[in-house]
Design a binder for this molecule. Structure first.
Ligand code: FAD
Length: 509
């Protein structure tokens, strides 16, 4: 079942097992059960430290990974964890066996302190690059704390369950049977969601920073490294370390690297940040900044951080179409990540709203999976690059409606259509379809700033050539600013500018 190369890699990993493992497997007569059994047998054949036991688990086919002679770990894979989930399987084997995870001690403490019983279920697709982070985070929580258990459910093996729960976005996480959240989440996000985030008192006790960076994308990481290299006290507060790059699959314009992938690049960036004395505070959102003797930044958990200077690098998020139905049917047919969610729309008719590069790239990707794609573009023609348009028009299962102003996304339990105004004739029209991918660009994450710093009408922060805002001591960088272009390398450059600007400011004040 496993390809030769993967088997070789796995063999190397299995040499790192620290204790004996028992895989408890629950299988029936169906095809996926047979494949599940083949997979676990193949793994067990590769290491004397792994044995298999038949068991009756909640789902069939599924298997749990446990340390021999100990209470079950709570880590269960329902369906086959290959594709993007193969790493989750390997990590689960190693971590259940006792190998230490690469997670900060403070996070492990937070997990250990959870007292209530938490059972998580994560619905995934094997092509979803956002899913493994969530699966691995919840597996780890389950391994660390016996009160926690986690089952990864591979959607295509449990289609009835996915349909009955109307799951149309992955990863979708359920906690104790109720929907919790969908989309990429880090361990810190999950801990915040369940009210076990960083301790506010410990944050309040921190000494003031020289530079406090708000945002942990390319701009924030670069700003923090530049500041720390000056030997000044530097901190980063990041809601989600990695930023938008975590949602990017292929990157071919990061100079010096012909091809990389977003999560890989940001793992390297994070490792670079960790080389320096930078206080990284993840899973926290800044809510407000006030200027007193120092700048005081209030966080969503109520803590207050103080700093002599601030660098804002809060980036941007997907823009909503803002029509009735969008919020109601989010994850019930309205989606934003084609790479993640396309498999859930297999054989269905979907819309892409937006005819720019990201919209057309999404339409091309989707066309390979779904039955039909209709692109809705507000303007009289598509705005995407010619090469993308050519590729789009060569596909047999795509059509394009221009001059279309979406007025509603309709549905009952899930999306069943789009209503739009034909801007040429002013007629209202309706197209029946089952999914809507919104691809109309981004908005800066700056609403929380109120009138603290000057922004343009798009909400972008205005900065001068040193990266300084209209408030002396507050700097800004990256996609949250009015920079003409929004790219990784540009964000990193402007992070460096803002940091050097902040250092100059500190010397003078
Ligand atoms: C799908 C996609 C594909 C892309 N492909 C490419 C590409 O191939 N090449 C390229 O160069 N660029 C690409 N880009 C653009 C690139 O990702 C961005 O320009 C870049 O990530 C911007 O970096 P940033 O640090 O300014 O912001 P972001 O990456 O958006 O990071 C913002 C950070 O701020 C945090 N944050 C937000 N609000 C708060 C708050 N209130 N408190 C605390 N933290 C907060 C976020 O959690 C995050 O850590 C792509 C973008 C997308 C969406």
């Amino acid at each position: 079942m496993l390809e030769k190369e993967i088997k070789q890699q796995l063999a190397q990993y299995l040499e790192l097992l620290e204790n004996d493992i028992v895989i408890k497997v629950s299988v029936g007569d169906d095809k996926v059960s047979k494949e599940t059994l083949d997979l676990v047998n193949e793994i067990a054949d590769m290491s004397k430290m792994i044995t298999i036991e038949e068991a009756k688990l909640e789902r069939t086919p599924s298997f749990s990974i446990n340390r021999k002679g100990e209470e079950d770990s709570g880590v269960v894979f329902a369906g086959i964890p290959l594709g993007h989930e193969f790493t989750s399987l390997v990590l689960a084997l190693l971590q259940v066996s006792g190998r230490a995870p690469k997670v900060e001690d403070s996070v492990i403490e937070q997990i250990k302190n959870i007292k209530e019983k938490l059972h998580f279920e994560t619905y995934v697709s094997l092509s979803c690059h956002n899913c493994p982070d969530v699966v691995q985070a919840l597996n780890l929580m389950s391994i660390i704390n016996p009160n926690i258990s986690h089952t990864m459910v591979e959607g295509s093996a449990f289609k009835d369950e996915v349909e009955s729960k109307n799951i149309m976005a992955v990863p979708s996480v359920y906690l104790n049977g109720d929907f919790m959240e969908s989309g990429r989440m880090t361990i810190e996000d999950i801990l915040s969601q369940i009210g076990s985030g960083p301790d506010a008192d410990a944050l309040n006790d921190k000494d003031p920073f020289d530079v406090l960076v708000i945002g942990g994308g390319p701009a924030g990481a670069s700003a923090a490294i530049y500041a720390a290299r000056k030997g000044i006290r530097t901190g980063i507060v990041a809601d989600r370390f990695g930023g938008q790059v975590m949602d990017t699959l292929g990157i071919e314009n990061f100079i010096s690297t012909k091809y990389t992938e977003g999560p890989k690049l940001m793992a390297e960036v994070e490792a670079h940040v960790n080389e320096y004395d930078i206080d990284v505070m993840k899973g926290l959102q800044a809510k407000q900044i006030e200027k007193k003797d120092l700048f005081e930044v209030e966080l969503d958990n109520g803590a207050l951080l103080k700093s002599k200077t601030i660098i804002l690098s809060t980036g941007a998020r997907w823009r909503n179409v803002g029509v009735p139905g969008e919020a109601e049917f989010k994850n019930k047919g309205v989606a934003y990540c084609p790479h993640c969610d396309a498999p859930l729309f297999e054989g269905k008719h979907v819309a892409v709203i937006g005819g720019g590069n990201s919209g057309i790239e999404a339409a091309i990707d989707l066309a390979g999976v779904v039955k039909h794609v209709t692109v809705f573009e507000f303007m009289p023609e598509l705005k995407a690059d010619a090469v993308l348009q050519e590729r789009l028009h060569s596909l047999p299962n795509v059509d394009v409606i221009v001059n279309a102003q979406t007025s509603e996304i309709t549905g009952d339990e899930t999306v069943n259509g789009i209503t739009y105004i034909d801007r040429e004739t002013n007629d209202e029209k309706h197209v029946e379809l089952e999914g809507v991918f919104v691809q109309i660009g981004l908005v800066p994450n700056t609403d929380w700033l109120g009138d603290t710093v000057e922004r343009n009408k798009m909400g972008e922060i205005l900065v001068d050539k040193n990266g300084q805002t209209n408030v002396p001591g507050i700097f800004a960088a990256g996609d949250c600013t009015d920079s003409a272009y929004k790219q990784i390398i540009i964000s990193m450059g402007s992070g460096a500018t803002a940091s050097l600007g902040a250092f100059d400011y500190l010397i003078r004040h």
